[in-house]
Design a protein around this ligand. Structure first.
Ligand code: TRP
Ligand code: SF4
Length: 421
């Protein structure tokens, strides 16, 4: 298994991702999420970092945001739809939505012209709007057009050196400076919703595929490196350190909490949320960023319809959201299933929904009702359902979905939206 932000190879072992990278299993917090969406309930979103912060903000109606980005290198497909659905859902739960079109990344990594990234980027924006993003509480932007993102990226880049980049991303001496710099751009995408101009520090959740986790690890680290104070929960309170010098710690002594002062840090005792808010208030007064490390959720990869990974160079391996409904429906009919070699064998042994790209489509996108999905799984496993019939149902759903989406995309009015681009 090899997973980097630019390629995914081999069979993905999600448990191993959880064990090795310190991603937390989503199942442990599912009970606390108000009204979890279908991707959460079905384990498609399998992991998270610090999602508790988001749950708390949702429940206590404090400001929070959701942000993710799309590289406009090819047409949006069902893999992108998953992230779009997640952004839309979080917005509906009260989060402010930030949607990045990663045109700088597409230009630096894939060599696309700015005209092309603009053209394709607009299609992504139309799609997410057609999928339900509301104009209020949303900021859609192109990286190249956001002064906030570019300025913050430069600031952040001062905290990152070559050996760190090499260790995280596997860069080599031939890697261009632009390609390295877009890692800072992505960190800035993630942190800029917390700038003063966007309402200041707040929890931000970034829904992504697990391949983007290196960016999140770096960004979470940068959030505390670039801020004056870094905070860590301890028994009964919060430990505060400052990388910017001990004199900053002195500014905290007058906070009204019980505390113990050490040479390198101060331990405050009391309600941790209140302590953290107070420390951040002081930092903002001192002109610091007071960034909260971003939270994240991780969804499973979308399997290519022909098996293996989805590839933009193999159009039959994915359904584009702009595919003609008939073409999309045909692709489903040719998709790799978890069926047996013959109908007779399938009746006897049952199918394997867990290895079936059609069942994956049902689970991720096409069937919203959990009982209905369970019925398909059971009938498949018991050999009551045969692939031909099942694929027909899926292809019908895909055809209708694509038709409906097409109509919605055509009637999208981006005028109502805040777009920086
Ligand atoms: N690098 C991401 C991709 O290849 C796109 C992206 C850009 C992004 N900025 C982001 C994702 C910020 C999450 C958050 O798909
Ligand atoms: Fe997949 Fe349906 Fe065939 Fe089962 S019956 S393997 S779910 S296509």
């Amino acid at each position: 298994m090899r997973i980097t932000p630019w390629e995914v190879e081999g069979v993905v072992d999600y448990d191993r991702l959880i064990r090795e990278f310190g991603i937390q299993p989503f199942s442990e917090i599912l009970d606390r999420v108000p009204n979890p969406n279908r991707l959460m309930r079905r384990g498609v979103i399998f992991g998270h970092r610090d999602y508790d912060r988001i749950i708390d903000a949702m429940i206590n109606k404090k400001p929070w945001a959701v942000m993710s980005g799309f590289m406009p290198s090819g047409l949006p497909h069902f893999g992108h739809k998953m992230t779009m659905d997640e952004i839309v859902w979080h917005q509906s739960m009260g989060g402010k939505a930030f949607v990045a079109i990663a045109d700088m990344e597409a230009h630096a990594v894939r060599g696309l012209s700015w005209e092309k990234t603009k053209e394709i980027g607009m299609l992504y924006l139309k799609c997410i709007v057609a999928l339900g993003l509301k104009p209020d509480n949303a900021i859609l932007y192109f990286q190249s057009a956001s002064r906030h993102v570019k300025d913050l990226a430069f600031e952040l880049s001062a905290e990152v050196n070559w050996s760190e980049l090499k260790a995280i991303y596997g860069f080599n001496p031939e890697t261009t400076l632009a390609r390295m710099f877009v890692t800072s751009i992505q960190a800035a995408d993630i942190l800029h919703p917390q700038l003063k101009d966007f309402g200041g520090p707040k929890p931000v959740v970034v829904p992504v595929g697990a391949d983007q986790d290196p960016h999140l690890r770096l960004t979470r680290d940068l959030a505390s490196r670039i801020s004056i104070f870094s905070l860590e929960r301890i028994d009964g309170g919060v430990r505060v350190r400052s990388r910017k010098g001990a004199e900053f710690l002195k500014k905290l002594k007058s906070l009204g909490f019980e505390c113990k002062v050490y040479e390198e840090h101060i331990d405050f005792f009391g309600n941790p949320t209140e302590i953290e808010e107070e420390v951040r208030r002081v930092e903002l007064e001192l002109g610091g960023f007071a960034f909260i490390p971003p939270s994240s959720t991780y969804h499973r990869f979308t399997t290519g319809l022909t098996g293996g990974k989805m590839s933009s160079s193999k159009p039959e391996s994915y359904i584009s959201l702009f595919d003609d409904p008939e073409v999309g429906a045909k692709k489903v009919m040719k998709a790799l299933t978890g069926g047996r070699v013959s109908a007779e064998e399938q009746r006897r042994l049952g199918g394997e929904p867990e290895r079936c790209t059609v069942f994956e489509l049902f689970t991720y996108h096409l069937i919203t009702d959990d009982d209905e999905l369970e019925e398909i799984r059971r009938d498949c496993k018991e050999g009551m359902l045969l692939c031909g019939c099942c694929k027909k149902r899926a292809s019908e759903l895909v055809r209708n979905f694509l038709k409906d989406l097409r109509e919605k995309v055509e009637s999208v009015d981006l005028e109502e939206y805040t777009i920086i681009g």
